[in-house]
Design a protein around this ligand. Sequence first.
Ligand code: KG4
Ligand code: ZN
Length: 333
Amino acid sequence: MNILGIETSCDETAAAVVRGGREIMSSVVASQVERHAVFGGVVPEIASRMHCEAISGVVRKALSDAGLTLDDVDGVAVTAYPGLIGALLVGVNFAKSLGFSAGKPVVPVHHLRGHIASNYLTHPALEPPFLCLVVSGGHTHIVEVTDYTKMHLVGRTRDDAAGECFDKTARTLGLPYPGGLNMDRLADEGDPDAYKFPSPKVEGAPYDFSFSGLKSAVINTIHNKKQRGEEIVPADMAASIRRTVSDILCGRFLLAARDLGYARLAAAGGVAANSLLRRDLADRCAGAGFELYLPDMSLCGDNAAMIASQGYYELLAGNTAGSDLNASASMAI
Ligand code: KG4
Ligand code: ZN
């Protein structure tokens, strides 16, 4: 079964064809990063307009790269939620028009379920159940994946997401957008023990996160050092922030895995590309006897192959939509 996937939830216009939920036939990503970089972050209105301009060509290319026509496609999967509403609407309306005109089922896909499915594309043998750490620009979730289309949220951030935390602190350090990747690169040259930052816990919710305080802690540290006439070493600061975030994520994720009795763990989302987080998860899982699955680096960020993969399982479960399908900025997983 061939699924055409479409993703426009943020600043990438993407389309892909995936066979049988696991095999990538084509994957096209048109990134808007350069356009938003001058503003230091994603400008929603610009994102929507750029999706409108790019979507036809991107979908056409995904089909031609796969050597297929619309006739060979068994369903059109599209990210319907959560995300920037104007951006989502471009993909949803395009998918509905395509599905209606070609007589193909339209399959709405939750963006974070798509991120989780990036693991199915990377690891052909991986099957639920497993526990997944989903870390993106807008979300930080610990999710029980009990079946391909059955998820249960056991932990989440109470404020900023891990990616947002990297992006905000990177900006404070004067690093260009996108902050997470640039912070990761700079951190490789620094000392992770140079600065100490807090790892706040959420009272009564051991698997929840809180990252909003980290930005203030970084600003305060910079301020205090300046007042004392001491120099700030940006690479040391980046390394210390990365160390703190990775420790928090790994600590709570592994605690949840132990408490809930999971032996098989996975990570997903843009922040799953973080080099230290990948190393730490691998080391700590190996040390504690957990089986760990990480998505290929090329599948951590937003792409449509992951949407097509999850769309395949949603279609098998009968989760298709009518012409009244609407996008939504927020939605539980
Ligand atoms: O999943 P994603 O591509 O988009 C959302 O669904 O939000 O995640 C984007 C986030 C951004 O915050 C970006 O800074 C972060 O992932 N990111 C990273 C790295 N690469 C991307 N964060 C830390 N280290 C990285 N290497
Ligand atoms: Zn994403």
